[in-house]
Design a binder for this molecule. Structure first.
Ligand code: MN
Length: 277
């Protein structure tokens, strides 16, 4: 199945933007994103067929993936998949797009994606996968869970950032993680370049009893709002700014290599292999 974009004429090929999310293809945020990015080129929507939030960078390897061409609320069409955002980017780039996308955007997610919790996020994983393909990518979220007219500021900033990335590019392996306060199209706010903050939860597991007296658990709990460090995405978001964090896929802790070298782990392989008896 290929998205047919040929018009039969020899016109210059326009930019191709692949859009995905983790809230599902019928979420309001992805439609806002599609609308705002359509001014910059052709937009292909490939997204999960249902809400998949907090699926992280999961990939579907042990069962088949199904793709359906679906009608979106704006009467255009998109592709829904039975998979996760990572799967959507894969199938989108390899199968559905008629040419290599110039940009991959994931969102607009309902709910912030900040700090060390980044890798839980399916939204962020969409951009991670784009970067893994060597395609400039960003993830964008609004810092609210309240549905409604909250995407205007974020969709304007998405278009603004997309223009920048299309002209400037991004370093290999780097994508942007963006969090925007809820707001309408007329809103303006400060943009902060940030690094990922740390948020430690005091009580992350709630234990309850089912009717049979057995324990079950809920992960989550109150979000701590104090002790936010200067320069972090968490602080910028809490102050109502737009937070932009460049993130690298290379998670290697280079500064720790020397220290771990001091453990002499390599001596393990110096030992004589014990004879089989
Ligand atoms: Mn989500």
């Amino acid at each position: 199945m290929k998205a047919d974009r040929s018009d039969g004429y020899n016109r210059p090929v326009s930019k191709l933007i692949l859009v995905t999310n983790d809230d599902g293809i019928h979420a309001a945020g992805i439609l806002e994103l599609k609308k705002s990015l359509s001014a910059l080129g052709d937009v292909v929507v490939v997204a999960p067929d249902r809400a998949r939030s907090a699926c992280g960078h999961g990939i579907t390897l042990h069962k088949p993936l199904r793709v359906h061409r679906v009608r979106l609320a704006d009467n255009d069409h998109g592709y829904s998949t039975s998979g996760l955002p990572t799967d959507c980017v894969h199938i989108g780039v390899m199968e559905l797009c008629d040419r290599r996308p110039d940009l991959i955007v994931s969102g607009i997610n309902l709910g912030a994606n900040l700090g060390w919790e980044l890798t839980y996020s399916g939204t962020v994983a969409g951009a991670m996968e784009g970067a893994a393909f060597g395609i400039p990518s960003f993830a964008i979220s609004v810092t609210t869970y309240e549905d409604g007219d909250v995407f205007g500021l974020a969709s304007n900033f998405a278009r603004f950032t997309a223009q920048r990335i299309l002209s400037e590019g991004l370093p290999d392996g780097v994508f942007l993680n963006i969090n925007v306060p809820p707001g309408d199209g007329g809103d303006v706010t400060e943009v902060a370049l940030t690094h990922l903050g740390i948020r430690r939860y005091p009580g992350r597991v709630q234990t309850r009893k089912d009717p049979m007296g057995r324990s079950y658990y809920w992960l989550g709990g109150d979000v701590p709002t104090d002790g936010l460090e200067e320069g972090t995405d968490l602080l910028a978001a809490s102050e109502g700014q737009i937070s932009v964090t460049p993130v690298h896929l290379d998670l290697t802790a280079y500064a720790s290599l020397e220290r771990i070298k001091g453990w002499s782990l390599k001596t393990f392989s110096d030992r004589k292999v014990a004879p089989q008896s």
